[in-house]
Design a protein. Structure first.
Length: 341
């Protein structure tokens, strides 16, 4: 049997997602969706606002009923599982701020053990061991005595992930786990997700608007487009030029040279650029940002050479018969921006 088929943990079969409003049978529908999730995958769900990312995640977690089709979980229809059984397979981390601000961190993480405790909610020794393990994996031991209201956004998000870890499910689904976080906190959360996927064997599906993070960290991207979901490794989608469809009528474009997304720029002029490679690299980035196409030759009317002079670096600009020297990339680009377009 094919190894990948053996490791399918979730199968979406002709799944239709959506919701109903009063007086309208199907106010929103999307599908059919036919996708599989394999054990240990780190999957990023990307799409424009309003296309249905949260609805898809909530449908897979059964917080929302499908409009049509089926979800197979470990080979069985998900509706064959009761709520308690489902809670031992899938945990969900929402982007919503928790409403129990007066709980301590340890108490919040311990809520992840709810599917395993009796009706009194009494924690046994092995429950506390699972909680401690989750706290260690999320690296929040120093926060355990704090109250939720005392935490930063990034710390609170780690606590919610720890609660999902204490739930001890093979699948973790996260809705915008890096939303509202500063850049270092985003990468801390992504580092944790990578470790959970690569080392702990967790299967993680998360939605995000952070394209660069998804491109560089996810195993697979689900790209929600109007015509359906494009699936593949980030490089597959780039090779098939699927991201271009996401950016139709958008000011964004993928820059192959920098391996990232940027605003489309109107090219005003070409410019020659020469000098040591490390200085040319950053100078070229700046020149492209203000709308110049870099040639790397001395044949253009406008030329820049980066040279060492004394104890520093200078940028020498030749524009026709005029020559100017600048002590920084900022000085160079400021002059070009207002004098050479």
């Amino acid at each position: 049997m094919d190894h990948q088929k053996q490791n399918i943990i979730i199968d979406l079969k002709d799944l239709m997602i959506g919701y109903r409003t009063r007086g309208v049978q199907n106010a929103f529908t999307y599908g059919p969706i036919n996708l599989s999730i394999h054990s240990g995958d780190l999957i990023a769900l990307i799409g424009r606002n309003g296309i249905g990312k949260s609805s898809l995640l909530r449908t897979i977690t059964r917080l929302q009923n499908p409009v049509g089709g089926n979800i197979l979980l470990l080979g069985k229809d998900d509706f064959s599982y009761n709520r308690a059984e489902l809670a031992k397979i899938i945990s969900f981390v929402s982007t919503e701020i928790v409403g129990v601000q007066n709980l301590q961190v340890y108490e919040m993480v311990s809520l992840g053990r709810s599917p395993y405790t009796n009706w009194l909610g009494k924690l046994e020794h092995f429950d506390h061991s699972s909680i401690q393990s989750a706290i260690d994996m999320a690296q929040i031991r120093h926060l355990t005595a704090k109250f939720i209201y005392q935490l930063s956004d990034g710390e609170r998000q780690k606590v919610m992930i720890a609660r999902a870890l204490a739930q001890d499910t093979p699948v973790i689904i996260m809705d915008e786990p890096t939303a509202f976080l500063d850049l270092p906190s985003r990468y801390e959360i992504l580092r944790l997700m990578n470790e959970l996927s690569g080392q702990a064997g967790k299967t993680i599906l998360f939605s995000t608007h952070d394209l660069d993070i998804a491109m560089h960290e996810a195993d697979i991207i689900w790209l929600m487009l109007n015509e359906g979901i494009a699936e593949g490794a980030p490089e597959d989608l780039l090779f098939r030029q699927q991201f271009h469809k996401l950016f139709l009528n958008s000011p964004l474009e993928y820059d192959q040279q920098s391996d990232g997304f940027r605003l489309k720029k109107e090219i005003h002029k070409t410019i020659g650029l020469q000098g040591p490679e490390e200085y040319v690299f950053y100078t070229e980035k700046a020149l492209k940002r203000i709308g110049f196409q870099v040639n790397g030759t001395n044949e253009d009317m406008i030329r820049v050479e980066v040279v060492s002079e004394g104890s520093g670096i200078i940028w020498i600009l030749e524009a026709g018969i005029e020559t100017r020297k600048f002590k920084s990339i900022y000085e160079l680009t400021y002059y070009l921006k207002y004098n050479c377009k």
